[in-house]
Structure formats: C-alpha cells, structure tokens
Design a protein around this ligand. Sequence first.
Ligand code: GTP
Ligand code: MG
Length: 194
Amino acid sequence: MNYNRAQFLCSYGISSQIPPSDRIEIAFAGRSNVGKSTAINKIFSRKNLARVSAVPGKTATINFYGVENIHFVDLPGYGYAKVAKTEKHRWSELIEGYFAQDRNLYLVMQLVDMRHPATALDVQMVDFLITNEIPFIVLLTKSDKLNKTQRTERLRLIREELPCGDQLTIIPFSGETGEGVDEVHAIIEEIALQ
Ligand code: GTP
Ligand code: MG
C-alpha cells in the first residue's frame, strides 16, 4: 500500500451526516490526547495529515482519510473532563452514532496511553468492541516515554486491566520513534487484501 498517498476526505460534526460506507473502514479510537492523530500521521509518514495538538480535544469531528481501497477514520477522543457538557454530548453522539451505523468496519485501532493504567472509559470501550464483535487491536501509545522497567510492567498490567486482556493483540506504539508502525502496516496490508 502506498501510505504517503493518503488523502484527507471529509470531516463530520454530526453522525447522521456521514455517508454510508462503500469502502473497508479502519477506525482510531481512544481518549482525548492519547495520540490518535499522531498515530495516523506516523502510519502514513505525513507530518500534517491529521491535526495534532498538545491541547486535548483537538479532533472534535469524525475525520475520514482515504488510501486505495481503505478509509481510515479518526474518531473524536473521549474522556476529556474540561469541555462543556453540550460539547461532550456532541462527541458521544458522534462516536456512538458512528458505531451504531451499519458500516464496513474491519478493524478498530484502540489506543491506550502506555504510561498510565487503562481508564474506566478505555475499559468500557473495549467491552463495547467485544460485545459487538468488532475486531480490534490495542496500540499502547507514547511508548518512547517509558524506560525498560516501566515498559515491562505496563505490558503485564494492561492485560489485567482490559477485558479479555490475555487474548488481545497489544502493540507498543510511538509517534516519535516509529515503534509499532511496521506491525500496524502488516495488519493493514492483510485487511486491504480482503
Ligand atoms: P484528540 O484529537 O484531542 O482526541 O487527541 P489525539 O488522540 O488525536 O492526540 P494527538 O495525536 O493530537 O496527540 C496529543 C499530544 O500527545 C501531542 O502533543 C502529541 O505530540 C503527543 N503525542 C502523541 N503521540 C505521541 C508519542 O507516541 N510519543 C510522544 N512522546 N508524544 C506523543
Ligand atoms: Mg486528534
């Protein structure tokens, strides 16, 4: 797959605006600031394809990117405490609305910050994916920020924190060093063949 050919397609602020899916979709989910937009840029070797911000809550819309036969979907981050209730409501409408639609969703990349225990919302999200039989993998982001001891510890604990933890595909990932990118590419290539 020619990753650097990725193109921004469209942003949606309300789930009912999203057109029916006519391509394979791979979605990125995770709490606000976990590194979804950064991961998308790294996977596509592009600096500014998806907007990255140190301020949580940057991606407040569902953004679609296209490469060959796949659409990549950057979902708004959940769990950011400091936004107004109306805005939170809009985000959950978008995320829940997206998942409620009958889409060609082949995989969710569920991002969890490698530095911290999975949050209650991360657990809820993984529960939701399992219950709805949506295939997913877990990317542990910001892996560059941990030393070896912390890393080993987090890799062990995350399997206890997430539902069905011992059965999950869990990949340490870094937008800084590129760790995990090859593994993610291999998974995308496999899906692209379907
Ligand atoms: P929302 O759009 O608010 O949901 O956030 P997001 O999940 O898209 O996070 P984003 O990619 O904007 O990254 C948030 C912050 O974390 C930025 O300051 C990034 O530079 C930083 N960041 C993201 N991934 C990594 C990583 O792998 N390593 C390091 N060191 N920093 C990262
Ligand atoms: Mg973002």
